[in-house]
Design a protein around this ligand. Sequence first.
Ligand code: IMP
Ligand code: MG
Length: 180
Amino acid sequence: MEAHDLKEILIDKEAIAKRVDELVDEISGDVAADNLVVISILKGSFMFLADLMRGLHRHDVHPRIDFLTLSSYGSDTVSSGVVCIIHDIREDIQGADILLVDDILDTGRTLAFTRELLLERGARSIRSCVLLDKQTHRAVEFNADYAGFPIDDHFVVGYGLDYDNLYRELPHIAKVTFHA
Ligand code: IMP
Ligand code: MG
C-alpha cells in the first residue's frame, strides 16, 4: 500500500442521502413491483444497497434481494481487467426483472460481465444503478440506468468503497491522495 491520506471529502453524507432519495424516486417509478430481484455486487455496494432498500420500502416496493461477490481489482487501484465470481447468487432469476446495484462504474467490465451472466440465466430485464460514475474511464461500453454522481478519474473510498479492503465504513466519499 502506498503512503496516502483521505483529507479531501468529495461527497459528504448529506449529499449522498439526498441523492439516494432521488434515485429511489426514479427507480420506484420505473420498476415492476411484483417480480423485482435486486442483485447487489459485493463488497462495495453494501452501504448503498442498504440505503436504497430502505428507500424502496417507503415506496412499497418489495424486491427479492441477493448478493453477487465479484472481484476485478485485487489489492491494487488499477483494474486487472478480469472479473471473477467469488460467491454466486442463489435466487432463480428466470423471467425476473433485475436491478443491479454497484458502488461505482469505472471501466464498465464488472457490470457488462454481470449483465451478460444474468441474461444467459434468463432474466427478463436488467436495469443498473451505481452511486458513482467515472464516465471518462470506460474500457467497454456500458451506461447505468441510474447513476448518483459523475466523478473525475481519481481513486475514492468510503460508503462501501475500499482501498485494499479499508475505509468501507466511512459515511462519506473521500478522495485518496497518494504521496511520493
Ligand atoms: P469496473 O469493472 O472497472 O467498472 O469497476 C468496478 C469496480 O471497481 C467497483 O465495483 C469497485 O469495486 C472498483 N473501483 C473502481 N474505481 C474505484 C475507486 O475509485 N475506489 C474504489 N474502488 C473502485
Ligand atoms: Mg473494490
